[in-house]
Unconditional design. Structure first.
Length: 187
């Protein structure tokens, strides 16, 4: 299931849209994953993650992201959610986003202030809740070669690279905030 979606600008790492909170989970876990999504957005804006399509594993979840025309679409899914379907979801968001005037997007200066797109995220997300609908099964079975260009990493690799570069406040926060449920992979 898609749990979190953030849309942001690559040039400065500004997150400007977020879909509604999808599940009734522990609020602290939700904030933790939101912070990790924002960290990924910042890493992409700095050029540290240069791939336009990527899956990043964290706990029992995956961040999938798609970069197109200077905009990044990030979603957090359960690790059991089909990756191909997650990228179809991101592509549908990207197609809807293209309908907006670029000048409007360039004027956004505050985080999460593009609320017009929040409801669009929610509407598109509803189409992807059930992986067994005929439309979603068709997407899963079409173009089987599509997954080849998606790079896969683990969040620990990204955090280690950040720590080695000396930019590690998020790494320290990661160690402090998540030790109870996900630090088994951090050395």
């Amino acid at each position: 299931m898609v749990k979190l979606t953030i849309v942001g600008r690559v040039s400065d790492g500004l997150p400007f849209a977020q879909g509604p909170r999808y599940t009734i989970e522990d609020y602290n876990k939700f904030l933790f994953y939101k912070q990790q999504a924002e960290l990924i957005l910042k890493e992409i804006s700095k050029g540290a993650l240069a791939h336009s399509k990527m899956t990043i594993h964290i706990d029992h979840h995956c961040f999938n992201h798609l970069v197109d025309n200077g905009i990044i679409f990030i979603t957090l899914c359960d690790s059991s959610y089909p990756r191909k379907l997650a990228f179809h979801y991101l592509q549908d968001l990207q197609k809807e986003f293209e309908k907006f005037d670029n000048r409007l997007v360039e004027k956004i200066t505050r985080p999460y202030s593009f609320v017009k797109f929040d409801s669009i995220i929610g509407n598109i997300r509803r189409q992807y809740i059930n992986t067994r609908t005929q439309a979603n099964l068709s997407k899963l079975n079409a173009n089987r070669k599509q997954d080849v260009d998606i790079v896969t990493k683990h969040i620990s690799e990204i955090l280690e690279r950040r720590q080695n570069a000396g930019n590690c406040p998020e790494v320290d926060a990661y160690h402090n905030n998540c030790c109870g449920y996900c630090c088994s992979f951090m050395g």
